[in-house]
Design a protein around this ligand. Structure first.
Ligand code: ADP
Ligand code: MG
Length: 496
C-alpha cells in the first residue's frame, strides 16, 4: 500500500491487497490477525472486545510497523488512548517484534472529511454499541447521544431466582435493597456482589431493578455496565456535553452497575467516583456486580476500592447439587410453560444436575443443547442421548479434547520459550516457571496421569510433576498476577 494513498492515518478500503487480489502475504496477515484477535478476545472478554476490536482489520505489516484500521475516527482515538499498549503487546506475541502500531481510519473510497453533526449522532447511536439504558419508562432520562433505551430483562426476577446455600446471602442482600422504602437506604451502600461467570449476578441486578420498578414506578433506576458508562462518557466528551452526562446521575434513585471489573482508565474512574460519591452521599442506593471482590480490582484506585469495601460485599459460590437440581427443575418448568407437551424424563434432569457442575448459565446451556439435539434429530430425549450430547460438557469440559501438545504450544508462545527448552533439562528460571505452569495445566486440563505428563515434558519423573503442580497451586492462592496469567492460559488453551 502506498503511503501517498493512505495519508498518515487514513486508509482507503481495499488498498491493502495488491490490485484487488488476495495475495499470499495478505492471507498470511489475515491469519495472524485472527490469532491476535483471539488473544485480545480472551484477555479482554467478549464485551470489551466486541465494542472496540470487532471491527478492526489488519492493513499492513511492514518491517517493524504494523498498521490496523477501524471504521471511525472515534474508535481510532479511543483505541489510541486506552488500548494502544495492549494492542502492541498482543500483536507482538503473535507477529513478532513490532516497533509501532498505527491505527488508521478506514474509508470506503471517499475522501475523509470531518463528520457532520448529524453523522456524529448516527455513529453515537449505531446499534452495535449500546448506550446506558433507563429501566423505568416513567423515569426515562435522556442520555446524551441517543435514546436507544434498552430495558431491564423482565424475565429475570426474584421469583425465578433459585436460592441455595451458595447464593443465599447475595439474594438476601439484593432483596433488602430492592424492598427498602423509597427515600430510605439500607445500612449498606453500596451492595457489591461478586462471583464467577454465569452464577447469577446479572440476574440479581435485573431482579432488583424489576422489583423496584414494580413497587414504585416513579422511582428512577439506571442500569448500565461499566463499559457502557465509559462509552457514554466518551460520547459526552465528544459532544462537549459532560454536564448532562453528570446530570443523569443526579436524577437517579438507584444505580445498578454490571461487570464493574471492566471500568478502566483514570478519567473514567474519576468520573465514576464523582457519580458514585454523590449518590452514596445523598443516600441513594448503588449496587455493583463484578467478577472479583473490590480488593482484587487492580485497575481501580485504592481509595475507590476502600469505598467499595465500605458497603456490603457478598459473593456467590458455585451451586451444590441440591441447588443445581432446583435450577434445572425451575428452568424445565419455564420451558414447559412455553412448549406444551415437552417432556424431559427425570433421569435426564438428574443427569444434567449431576454432570454439569457450573452455575445457572452452564445448566441452561446443557438443557438447551439436549433440546436442540433432540429437535434436530427427532429423537426422544433419553439418558443415552443426554450422555452423548453432553459428553464434552462435564466439570472439566475439555478433558478429552485438550492435548498436552496444545498446552506446550500455547505456554511456549505466551512466555516466549521454545518447545525444545520446555522439554530440555535447562534450569533457567525463565524456562522453569513456564514449564511448571505447563505441567500444572496438563494435570488440570487433561486426564493424563502424573507419570505420563512427566514423560511428555521431556521424560521427567512423576514426583517432579507433582512438585510443579503443588507449587503452582500454592502460588496461585497468593499471587494474583500469576492466577490471572494461568486463567488466561486456560482460556487460550480452551479456545484452541
Ligand atoms: P452472571 O451475570 O453472574 O455471569 P447471569 O446472571 O447472567 O450470570 O446468569 C446466567 C444464567 O443463569 C441466566 O440465564 C440466569 O437466569 C441463570 N441463573 C443463574 N443463577 C440462577 C439461579 N440461582 N436461579 C435461576 N437462574 C439462575
Ligand atoms: Mg453478567
Amino acid at each position: 500500500m502506498s503511503a501517498a494513498l493512505c495519508g498518515e492515518d487514513l486508509c482507503p478500503k481495499g488498498t491493502k491487497v495488491v490490485a484487488g487480489q488476495m495475495t499470499g502475504i495478505a492471507i498470511d496477515l489475515k491469519e495472524k490477525w485472527d490469532r491476535v484477535s483471539k488473544r485480545l478476545r480472551a484477555e479482554l472478554g467478549e464485551d470489551l472486545f466486541t465494542s472496540w476490536f470487532a471491527r478492526m482489520e489488519p492493513e499492513e505489516l511492514n518491517g517493524g510497523r504494523f498498521a490496523v484500521s477501524v471504521p471511525t475516527r472515534f474508535l481510532k482515538t479511543w483505541i489510541e488512548t486506552h488500548y494502544i499498549a495492549k494492542l502492541h503487546k498482543t500483536s507482538e506475541a503473535e507477529l513478532g517484534q513490532i516497533d509501532a502500531v498505527q491505527v488508521r481510519v478506514r474509508i470506503r473510497g471517499v475522501p475523509h472529511r470531518a463528520p457532520e453533526p448529524s453523522e456524529r449522532r448516527v455513529e453515537a447511536r449505531s446499534p452495535d454499541v449500546a448506550l446506558p439504558f433507563m429501566a423505568a419508562p416513567a423515569a426515562t432520562i435522556t442520555v446524551q447521544a441517543g435514546d436507544r433505551a434498552l430495558s431491564l430483562d423482565p424475565t429475570q426476577t426474584f421469583d425465578n431466582f433459585v436460592v441455595g446455600s451458595s447464593n443465599q446471602l447475595a439474594h438476601a442482600g439484593a432483596c433488602r435493597v430492592a424492598d427498602a422504602q423509597p427515600g430510605t437506604t439500607v445500612s449498606f451502600n453500596p451492595l457489591f456482589i461478586h462471583a464467577g461467570a454465569g452464577l447469577g449476578k446479572t440476574h440479581l441486578l435485573n431482579a432488583i431493578g424489576n422489583r423496584i420498578r414494580e413497587k414504585g414506578p416513579e422511582r428512577r433506576v439506571l442500569f448500565l455496565t461499566a463499559e457502557r458508562f465509559m462509552y457514554s462518557f466518551v460520547v459526552a466528551l465528544r459532544q462537549r456535553d459532560t454536564i448532562s452526562f453528570k446530570d443523569q446521575f443526579q436524577a437517579v434513585d438507584v444505580l445498578l452497575i454490571d461487570d464493574f471489573q471492566f471500568l478502566q482508565g483514570k478519567t473514567m474512574q474519576t468520573e465514576f467516583c464523582h457519580a458514585f460519591n454523590s449518590l452514596v452521599d445523598s443516600r441513594r442506593q448503588v449496587i455493583i456486580a463484578a467478577d472479583v471482590p473490590p480488593a482484587q480490582l487492580d485497575a481501580i484506585d485504592q481509595r475507590m476500592r476502600s469505598r467499595l469495601m465500605g458497603g456490603l460485599v457478598i459473593d456467590i459460590e458455585l451451586p451444590d447439587l441440591d441447588l443445581r437440581r432446583r435450577i434445572v427443575m425451575s428452568r424445565y418448568a419455564g420451558l414447559q410453560s412455553r412448549t406444551p407437551g415437552l417432556v424431559i424424563p427425570d433421569d435426564v434432569l438428574e443427569f444434567i444436575a449431576n454432570k454439569i457442575t457450573g452455575g445457572g448459565r452452564e445448566l441452561e446451556g446443557a438443557m438447551n443443547r439436549v433440546l436442540a439435539y433432540q429437535q434436530f434429530n427427532h429423537q426422544p430425549i433419553t439418558l443415552d442421548l443426554a450422555a452423548m450430547v453432553l459428553r464434552d460438557l462435564s466439570a472439566n469440559p475439555d478433558q478429552c479434547r485438550i492435548k498436552i501438545d496444545d498446552i506446550l504450544k500455547i505456554v511456549g508462545r505466551h512466555y516466549n520459550v521454545a518447545r525444545t527448552d520446555l522439554l530440555s533439562p535447562r534450569r533457567a528460571r525463565t524456562v522453569v516457571v513456564p514449564r511448571q505452569i505447563g505441567m500444572y495445566l496438563a494435570k488440570k486440563m487433561t486426564a493424563r496421569s502424573l507419570p505420563e505428563i512427566g514423560r511428555r515434558f521431556g521424560g521427567r519423573d512423576h514426583s517432579t510433576v507433582l512438585h510443579a503442580v503443588r507449587k503452582i497451586e500454592e502460588q496461585i492462592k497468593t499471587d494474583d498476577r500469576l492466577a490471572r496469567e494461568v486463567a488466561l492460559l486456560i482460556r487460550l488453551i480452551e479456545q484452541g
